[in-house]
Ligand binder design. Sequence first.
Ligand code: KG4
Ligand code: ZN
Length: 335
Amino acid sequence: MRVLGIETSCDETAAAVVTEKKEVLSHVVFSQIESHKIFGGVVPEIGARAHLEKIQDVIEQTMKEANLEFQDLDAIAATCGPGLIGGVLVGAVTGKSIAAYHQKPFIAVNHLEAHALSVRLTEDVGFPYLLLLVSGGHCQMFHVKHLGVYEILGGTLDDAVGETFDKVARLLGLPYPGGPAVEHCALTGDETRFSFPRPLLAQKNYDFSFSGLKTAVLREVEKQGPSLEENKPHIAASFQKAVADIFLNRLDRAMTTLPHLKTVVIAGGVAANQYLQGHLQALVASKDKRLVAPPLKYCTDNGAMVAWAGLEHWRLGHQDPLTFAPRPRWPLGSV
Ligand code: KG4
Ligand code: ZN
């Protein structure tokens, strides 16, 4: 069983072919970072145009590297939301067109579900598991009960965590995307130098809030003036430590409330952060549980996770009509 997956919901034009035996036959990602860099963030209209320009090349290269023709595929999967709707439309329409022309089943993939299931492509992870989904647009915790059954435990009340990394990077004059830049800058910093808030931790739930933390970093940067340059690594490290403490607190709570969940999964772009992974690993191991994160190349947006999510649904007999409407919002709890 071979499935082509197409991903265009943010700033990566990506495609991959994945098999039921968990082989990734090809995996092509074209990053639009250069187009958005000068704006310090993703500009939706520029993104949509860039997806349109690149999608055909990316899919042709994917098929070539897999050494396959479209007829050899069993199904076509494409991200149909949530995301920047201009980009989502490009991938969804392309996927539907290939499916229609070659008379293949089409599967409309929820981008968050693709992140949620991505570890099952590379690791032996069974249901149920606890999931921390942390990306540029999301920060949510789920009890993943089964394929398609995602109970949301909590989520951010304001900014997403990746978005916060991107904003902090901009405040510090670091390049976009901010996550890797902040992580790198923090390597030489003292994480105890500045005391930033850890919002909501007194609340006995699983919610997150990052806007107060972001504002505290802004105030500190304003206060620094000329000494900003020398204190940048310390600010980056202290910010990252605050994020780690927030994650640890919420996860600890969830592991205590749901003790039967033996596996904890971290997914989404922010899961690429090795410092955060290290802290989570220590906590999870101390509770005799297993932390699983996708390999770095499948943390950030990619076609393999979309193909895999499509494959998981398709092998249970699920497919979608070509009239399936792409959507900017599509909460995971409703899949
Ligand atoms: O999952 P993703 O590729 O796209 C969305 O679905 O949003 O996540 C992108 C986000 C960006 O905000 C980026 O700054 C963040 O993931 N990110 C990181 C790291 N690598 C990417 N955040 C923290 N540390 C990293 N190493
Ligand atoms: Zn994503």
